[in-house]
Design a protein around this ligand. Structure first.
Ligand code: SF4
Ligand code: SF4
Length: 199
């Protein structure tokens, strides 16, 4: 006959005296431990739409979609938390450190898996010449603010910040004939290089 190990015996006696370790959820509310990693949630005002969280997600459960044929053009990030590993990589890699955080929510069961989505939408900035996607407006403003006065070395950075402050006009009309003065516009690297070389 095998005898129980001493540690297991002690645990069994403790459980008999103190009651079970498990909580009575769902019959009673359960409060997770302080550092519990539950449902990741976007915080719209702190997220700048850079997409870094999508890049680092090991489960590939964050999808990013840019739609440019709407006004304003939009970037949407959808986090399908039914595939989430709750690893916390998205939170760790968030460039603002506040855009996405793992909450303490754990009761995530749904009847339809399509409902298990956490989303955020951000306005996009397009190249004023070719209308390709440069990035999310909040991201460009965040870069400009982070760079401080160095942002004035790049028209795309400082114009993004000035437009955010309503100190520059929005102009996303496509220009056919680019001239040297078009250098002071929000441009993608390809169009900026073309203007510099051709004018
Ligand atoms: S917690 Fe991990 S698996 Fe879940 S969305 Fe974030 S990076 Fe992806
Ligand atoms: S700011 Fe943070 S939460 Fe928002 S897209 Fe970038 S990494 Fe993701």
């Amino acid at each position: 006959m095998r005898y129980p190990k001493l540690r297991e015996l002690v645990e069994a006696i403790k459980a008999l005296i103190k009651g079970p370790y498990t909580s009575k959820f769902p019959f009673q509310p359960h409060t997770p431990e302080k550092r519990f990693r539950g449902k990741p949630e976007y915080h719209k005002d702190q997220c700048v739409g850079c997409g870094a969280c999508k890049e680092v997600c090991p489960a590939g459960c964050i999808k990013m979609q840019d739609t440019i044929d709407v006004d304003p053009p939009l970037r949407r990030l959808d986090l399908h938390y039914d595939s989430c590993l709750f690893c916390g990589q998205c939170q760790a890699a968030c460039i603002t450190q506040e855009g996405i955080k793992l909450s303490d929510k754990f009761d995530l069961a749904v009847f339809d898996r399509n409902e298990a989505v956490e989303s955020v939408e951000k306005e996009l900035v397009l190249c004023e010449a070719c209308r390709c996607v440069i990035g999310a407006r909040d991201h460009l403003v965040w870069i400009a603010k982070s760079l401080g006065e160095l942002a004035y070395s790049s028209p795309t950075s400082y114009l993004s910040a000035l437009k955010d402050l309503k100190l520059a006009h929005l102009n996303v009309e496509k220009s056919e004939d680019l001239t040297r003065q078009d250098r002071v516009k929000i441009l993608c690297p390809k169009c900026r290089r073309e203007i510099t070389l051709n004018t």
